[in-house]
Design a protein around this ligand. Structure first.
Ligand code: NDP
Ligand code: A1CAB
Length: 264
């Protein structure tokens, strides 16, 4: 039987998965219910766009769903899980929140509840997330199939251990923000050179896409970097500035700080 899903949280990540299910998962799922904290306009918008069923009282629909996706901030999990605990019977409960692994879900749900954790990224919106996922200890085959539906409609995926996801949250979940910061600086510098915003954005975007395509050939980043860097040439002068400014160390510190904050 095709599963029905309840999303708790209706923000950008929930919408990306709902949109993926709407576009690519129609045949694999039954109904989608969505509840949030207070933004009823957003629920109406999702209803108009994807035909979801808006939910005011979560407890009223839990017994109609097979999967519950927790798509609200990590800080809200404690209270939401406490509220839904009495109504959980046999649902597969999946969180997408940073720092909230299966261990913390199992602690807050009835003993024996099947749980999972997905760490997507915002490229889910265009079906290009690389999503990490893992399971709790009470998982059955049907839950693995349900997990596959969720991750496949938003892009590529990688099965990991819970500990790996804690350590990789910065790399696949948050590092897109680091890349966008990098792009923003280059675009802004291009504009300062007198290039109009639209063109500047196009130049930097295509440079990033082209570089990503080169990485996809399987060549090592070091090799690709060396191909750009003519010895004693222009790029070498730029890389030297990054080296002097301790770019490597700074990036490592950013990754460590991200994971530390995510784990709480
Ligand atoms: N953004 C990202 O790049 C990534 C985010 N994540 C995780 O995804 C989760 C959601 O993030 P994102 O979509 O970006 O966040 P948004 O801020 O876009 O959305 C948050 C949603 O959670 C709802 N919400 C908040 N509190 C509650 C509550 N107590 N009960 C029900 N709903 C609630 C909000 O409802 P309302 O508007 O009514 O307040 C809103 O719909 C987070 O846990 C985050 O860690 C994971 C990977 C990547
Ligand atoms: O910033 C955050 O907390 C989330 C986790 C991964 C990406 N965004």
């Amino acid at each position: 039987m095709k599963p029905s899903i309840l999303f708790i949280g209706a923000g950008r990540m929930a919408e990306a998965i709902i949109s993926g299910l709407h576009n690519k998962g129609q045949k694999q799922i039954n109904q989608i219910f969505v509840g949030n904290r207070s933004n009823s306009d957003k629920l109406k918008e999702l209803e108009d766009k994807y035909g979801i069923i808006p939910v005011n009282q979560l407890q009223d629909c839990i017994d109609q769903v097979d999967i519950i996706v927790l798509a609200m901030p990590p800080s809200e999990h404690e209270v939401v899980l406490e509220n839904i605990h009495p109504f959980i019977s046999n649902q597969f409960v999946v969180t997408i929140a940073a720092g909230m692994g299966p261990e913390s879900l199992e602690k807050r749900l009835p003993y024996g509840t099947a749980v999972g954790w997905i760490m997507p990224n915002t490229a889910a919106e265009v079906g290009r997330s690389i999503s990490l996922y893992t399971y709790g200890q009470f998982i059955k085959n049907e839950h693995k199939q349900q997990m596959e539906i969720l991750v496949n409609v938003i892009g590529d995926s990688q099965h990991c251990t819970e500990e790996e996801i804690h350590k990789l949250t910065a790399i696949t979940g948050s590092a897109p923000a680091f890349l966008y910061q990098f792009a923003e600086i280059l675009i802004s510098m291009t504009e300062d050179l007198g290039v109009e915003r639209k063109i500047a954005q196009k130049l930097v975007t295509e440079m990033v896409i082209g570089s990503a395509e080169m990485l996809k050939t399987g060549k090592l980043p070091m090799e690709l970097r060396d191909q750009v860097t003519t010895p004693g040439g222009a790029t070498a002068a730029g890389l030297e500035v990054l080296k002097k400014g301790n770019f490597d160390q700074l990036l490592k510190e950013a990754v460590i700080a991200t994971n530390k904050k995510a784990k709480g």
